[in-house]
Design a protein around this ligand. Structure first.
Ligand SMILES: Cc1ncc(COP(=O)(O)O)c(C=O)c1O
Length: 406
């Protein structure tokens, strides 16, 4: 089990006061807080290893390159990738998904093809496919969800056809917490010759998983949601697919040989990393991987199951409607809710006065809000540093907020 009190000491920000009250951070699904180990690693990089990577022949550049490539290896290990060549550093999940849209998508998707997404996708895993569909003449299809926020797998056959070229699905919903049956979707996609892209922005920080077990063709995740810095993320791609794909951005580093009018491309993953990368951020992301591995990813998952079960129990007892599956085996540590007629924004503003940070709004999932028939929800999300006392503080403050609006 996690020793939350000890873990909290790694996160200096958790000692700060907000409006004179101790900070209660319940917005990790938006971005997580950063442990000292990650911050210190980045400081060490800037203080003693800083140089550009893959370019210099001097020792400092070799140090920086070793740190950068070490982070790539860690990020690959984190998701079970067999080879670091499959790991492309990006700025985050959104950029990773757009990379696939611009490269694989433009090369492979044609008029009449279909792209299958789900009703619960984050805009980052929806808008790129809308844009690709618009520019190619392909059709976007949406796998519906049931009233508990689970994918309607019984309708999959109607939505997956021999015209399906790509399935783009989140492994864990940022609103409902639902953990989707990605392996089943991958098997169905592969059976019709389609590819599957997995948005693991929410899953990577919270659930141990393996890209090979998921049989993902592409998988995207972000550093900043998993204790790492902003400005870093990963696109995993199957090596044969990456080899066949055209490059994304053009510029330095992604080339092998250049003439006045043409060029040839570097090997993967460098073909997709034009320009000077976010080296310190990538190194920080590698440190975040090591931090989470040291704490224990299975223990983090177990802790979050307990947290979300307790949150659902207390929120419902306080009269809130909580969205998403009831069974914690099927959901991650996210609790989206509404409470009577109190608008989520008003709720979040009042909670802020108590030092409690939750998210309110459409959570970048407007089609899902329409499906739930709400304009917005409040969302409390949990991580390794949250304790049941944080949930008690939330529910007590909600009771106060309710009083204000009664
Ligand atoms: C499910 C999901 N996908 C994609 C993203 C986008 O991630 P980023 O903003 O790090 O690119 C998020 C961020 O909230 C998310 O929750």
């Amino acid at each position: 089990m996690l020793d939350v009190e000890t873990i909290r000491k790694d996160f200096p920000i958790l000692d700060t006061l907000m409006h004179g009250r101790p900070l209660v951070w319940l917005d990790s699904a938006s971005t997580s807080q950063k442990p000292r180990q990650v911050v210190d690693r980045m400081v060490r990089f800037y203080e003693s290893e800083n140089s550009n990577v893959h370019r210099g022949v001097y020792e400092l550049s070799e140090k920086a390159t070793a740190a950068y490539e070490g982070a790539r290896a860690a990020c690959g290990r984190f998701i079970g990738a067999r080879n670091a060549r499959s790991i492309i550093f990006t700025r985050g999940t959104t950029e990773s998904i757009n990379l696939v849209r611009y490269t694989w998508g433009r090369a492979n998707v044609r008029e009449g093809d279909e792209i299958l997404v789900t009703e619960m996708e984050h805009h980052s895993n929806l808008i790129p496919w809308q844009l690709l569909a618009q520019e190619t003449g392909a059709t976007l299809r949406h796998l519906p969800i049931d009233d508990e926020g689970r994918l309607r797998m019984d309708l999959l056959d109607q939505h997956m056809t021999e015209r399906t070229k790509l399935v783009a699905v989140g492994l864990m919903s940022n609103v409902l917490g639902t953990i989707n049956p990605v392996r089943r979707l991958a098997d169905a996609a592969h059976a019709v010759g389609a590819r599957i892209l997995v948005d693991a922005a929410q899953a990577a920080p919270h659930l141990p998983f393996d890209v090979n077990e998921l049989d993902a063709d592409f998988l995207a995740y972000s550093s900043h949601k998993m204790c790492g810095p902003t400005g870093a993320g990963v696109l995993y791609g199957r090596e044969d697919l990456l080899e066949a794909m055209p490059p994304f951005h053009g510029g330095g580093e992604m080339i092998r040989e250049v003439w006045a009018d043409r060029a040839t491309w570097n090997e993967i993953p460098y073909k997709f990393e034009a320009g000077t990368p976010n080296v310190a951020q990538a190194v920080g992301m590698g440190a975040a991987v090591e931090y989470l591995e040291d704490v224990g990813r299975d223990d983090i998952r177990e802790h979050e199951k307990e947290m979300v079960a307790y949150a659902i129990e207390r929120l419902e007892a306080a009269g809130a409607v909580v969205y998403g599956p009831r069974d914690v085996e099927e959901r991650g540590g996210v609790a989206s809710f509404n409470l009577d007629e109190v608008h989520p924004h008003d709720m979040a503003t009042i909670l802020d006065q108590e030092g409690i940070c939750i998210r309110a709004g459409h959570h970048c999932a407007q089609p899902l809000m329409r499906r739930l028939d709400v304009a917005a929800t409040a969302r409390a999300s949990f991580y390794l540093y949250n304790s049941p006392q944080d949930i008690d503080a939330l529910v007590d403050a909600l009771a106060k907020a309710k009083g204000w609006f009664a």
